[in-house]
Design a protein around this ligand. Structure first.
Ligand code: OGA
Ligand code: NI
Length: 346
């Protein structure tokens, strides 16, 4: 009997049809011809002067984007081009390593702080996703870096530099977002308690029938804020005014999106928006989301300053670990996890 492949990267090479367990029901396929052109895309915000004389103008732009779009791109973010290139290169190299080398860190256990896996939650899902991923805990760096892959040899160094720099960008954005809500600039920083940072390196192999399956089906991100780096292959789509819009890659920009926790902290003023990743016929694609999170014990609730008679609290108070457990168990099902934490209005 042929050994069954656990990773899609190895299973998918040279096949001409998508295996049945990846095929979505007809009502739940990407409908790739019905995607809006990139002109409808998300705002681009130039962060060059965030700490200069244009500070309040840029804070306002960020606030508007969080309120109306939930997604924006940032340029002049201060992360050197070289670090971005190195991160993408070493990620590609990782997924080209021999199968036996990659499988050393394969795990389906979400509590592992370093793991390679496939799809989303293979233990519970009924249809698989066209994706392999390496997931790493990144903050505090010194607690985790020694567990990261040491092959390819530059991996730890390149990924550590990248994570540290992305964290710096996140902290600047969280200050700006706090201010844009009329809160103290360290409000969100404090609300996250000790903070946590996770990174996924998503690898989407070429797909013989991209119209039948997803890289990642529609979801919102359960964390605070996500900073997405993608290579030059399109795949991310965002729901805007009821329509799917492709967010095409732009060199040296990051895509930023508000996660569920900012929706709660802002008492619904800022939106955690639905998005998905589709796959394509000829090219493999890498995307690298940094998920910035509260520490598991942080108690999350709407900011008191944003709750009054006209704006009653829309969400309950909970710990982030309660939230994440629900999210993981729902398994990217169509329900929004956030709905389970709403204050009931009846
Ligand atoms: C995610 C995600 C999009 C992409 O990992 O949460 O939305 O383009 N990824 O890979
Ligand atoms: Ni996402």
């Amino acid at each position: 009997m042929a050994a069954s492949k656990v990773l899609l990267t190895d299973l998918s090479s040279g096949i001409s049809h998508v295996p049945l367990n990846y095929v979505r029901p007809v009502s739940d396929r990407p409908n790739l011809l019905n995607v809006q052109s990139p002109e409808q895309s998300i705002p681009i915000i130039d962060l060059q002067d965030l700490n200069g004389p244009n500070h309040s103008k840029i804070v306002k732009e960020i606030g508007q984007a969080c309120q109306h779009d939930g997604f924006f791109q940032v340029k002049n973010h201060g992360i050197p081009e070289r670090m971005i290139k190195d991160m993408l290169r070493v990620s590609k190299e990782f997924f080209k390593l021999p199968e036996r080398e990659r499988l050393k860190i394969y795990s389906t256990d979400p509590s592992k702080t370093v793991r390679l896996s496939t799809s989303f939650n293979v233990k519970t899902e009924t249809v698989a996703n066209w994706r392999d991923f390496l997931r790493l805990h990144c903050y505090p760096l010194e607690d985790y870096v020694h567990e990261w892959p040491s092959n390819p040899p530059p991996f730890r160094e390149d990924a550590a530099q990248y994570c540290t720099n992305v964290r710096g960008l996140v902290l600047r954005l969280l200050e700006a977002i706090s201010e844009s809500l009329g809160l103290q600039s360290d409000y969100i920083d404090k609300a996250l308690h000790k903070h946590a940072q996770h990174m996924a390196i998503n690898y989407y192999p070429p797909c013989p029938q991209p119209e039948l399956t997803y890289g990642l089906p529609v979801h919102t991100d359960p964390n605070v804020i996500t900073i997405l780096l993608q290579d030059d292959i399109p795949g991310l789509q965002v729901l805007r005014n009821g329509k799917w819009v492709a967010i095409n890659p732009t060199l040296n920009t990051f895509i930023v999106n508000i996660g569920d926790q900012i929706e709660v902290l802002s008492n619904g003023r800022y939106k955690s928006v639905l998005h998905r990743a589709v796959v394509n016929h000829n090219k493999d694609r890498i995307s690298i989301p940094t998920f910035y999170c509260p520490s598991p014990d942080a108690v999350i609730k709407p900011a008191e300053e944003l709750v009054d008679k006209e704006h009653p609290a829309l969400y309950k108070s909970y710990t982030y670990s309660e939230y994440y457990t629900k999210f993981w168990n729902l398994g990217l099902a169509t329900e929004k996890c956030l709905d389970m934490f709403r204050v009931s209005t009846t």
